[in-house]
Design a protein around this ligand. Structure first.
Ligand code: MN
Length: 398
């Protein structure tokens, strides 16, 4: 099913249930995690990172339940490069038809010195031992160099080389702290692709955070440099400002295939459903103007825009709402709306307005719209009956 041999296939690795779930406000119950995992399977993502099995018994249990119930994608658990962590991942992933161990260790000077208290040589040894140990149980092993983007380039390349020689099949280079820029990440991956040169079958992966609002742009720049796996989350949830938003990176690659020349296997028309499922499961609302899945993503209020939309949606939309599974384009009626949109909506509601009544109706509409933020269908019906009443009344009085 996974088109892994093709060089223009970008794998989508979802970490909503791991990086997303571990952030404040986004913790999920077991039932919620299972609902999310099913929504992700329906999206046909390549990999679901189901949790961090060694983190807690609850995490291990959730990874196991997802491994049992989610069909299709590879199910993955995070693990430090230590034997107990990898064993916990292996145990939790037992029921999975396709599974992956995702092992990591910090590689930057800060992580080495202050968190791990390990020298470079010790880090390289730990990577070698950890990946080899993981390969005893897993055919599919991903290695991550935590805080890779603040690691010395030559040492980072060395870490990845050791990982691939030990059997890692995916090399993930995370911007753990959301620090890098699109230009720099392109440069970094261009360097790594050239200097690590892991041979066919090994995939470079990117994992970006949105601290400076550049997670999606950085992930796309990485793809341009040869990266073929993007780690991301639904609605962009994740540590601090969140991760690369899946719906955005997937729709950018699809809408601008002319520019990137690559494809994902995601069923994009399930994106809206996955986004709403996450809202329900976490009780955290997506911001209204969120790209792709926000309530305004396909909504138009300005009169000139609404007129254009009614003539040809392509005048103001680069994607169709059905491409991402949004119910439909909404022409929101408010003080910015014009006559065309109001009459079109009334026609949909089954009202034909006599041309001579249009000016009075429009005046009444504008008055109401000044008082209310949005004019609903109900308001509109009221206006029509109100407007015709007035006309009738004025006829009678003449
Ligand atoms: Mn992360």
């Amino acid at each position: 099913m996974t088109n892994s041999s093709s060089t223009d296939h970008v794998r989508i690795f979802d970490t909503s249930l791991r990086d997303g779930e571990q952030s404040p406000g986004f913790s999920m119950t077991m039932k919620g995690k299972l609902r999310m995992a099913k929504a992700l399977a329906a999206l046909n993502v390549d990999v679901i990172e189901a949790g961090f099995a060694a983190a807690s018994p609850g995490d291990a249990e959730a990874v196991r339940a997802i491994a049992e119930e989610a069909e299709g994608p590879i199910i993955c658990s995070l693990a430090r490069v230590t034997e107990p962590d990898i064993e916990a991942a292996a145990k939790a992933l037992e029921p999975a038809a396709r599974k992956r161990a995702h092992v990591f260790i910090g590689t930057s000077p800060l992580h080495r010195e202050f968190k791990l208290k390990m020298r470079k040589g010790e880090i390289l040894d730990a990577i070698d031992r950890g990946v080899r140990f993981a390969r005893e149980t897993f055919e599919d092993v991903e290695f991550s160099a935590e805080d890779a983007m603040r690691t010395e380039r030559t040492f980072l390349a060395e870490c990845l080389k050791v990982a691939t020689e030990a059997g890692a099949t995916t090399l993930n280079v995370p911007d753990t702290v959301g620090y890098i820029t699109p230009e720099e990440i392109f440069d970094t991956f261009s360097y790594l692709v050239e200097h690590v040169d892991p041979g066919p079958g090994v995939v470079f992966s990117v994992h970006c955070h949105d601290d400076l609002g550049m997670a999606v742009a950085n992930s796309l720049a990485a793809v341009r440099a040869g990266v073929r796996q993007v780690e991301c989350t639904i609605n962009g949830i994740g540590e601090r400002a969140g991760n690369c938003a899946m719906e955005e990176v997937v729709m950018a690659l699809r809408t601008r295939k002319d520019s990137y020349g690559v494809e994902t296997q995601v069923n994009t028309n399930k994106l809206y459903h996955a986004s709403r499922t996450l809202e329900e499961v976490t009780s955290e609302k997506v911001q209204r103007n969120k790209a792709i899945v926000g309530r305004n993503a396909f909504a138009h209020e300005a009169g000139i825009h609404q007129h254009g939309m009614l003539s040809n949606p392509e005048t103001y939309e680069i994607m169709r709402p059905e491409d991402v599974g949004q119910p439909n384009t909404t022409l929101v009626l408010g003080k910015h709306s014009g006559k065309h949109a109001i009459l079109a909506r009334l026609e949909e509601l089954g009202h034909e307005v006599d041309p001579e009544n249009v000016p009075a109706l429009f005046t009444a509409f504008k008055k109401l719209a000044d008082e209310k933020k949005e004019v609903t269908d109900e308001d509109l019906r009221g206006l029509v009956s109100g407007a015709s009443n007035r006309v009738i009344v004025s006829e009678v009085s003449e």
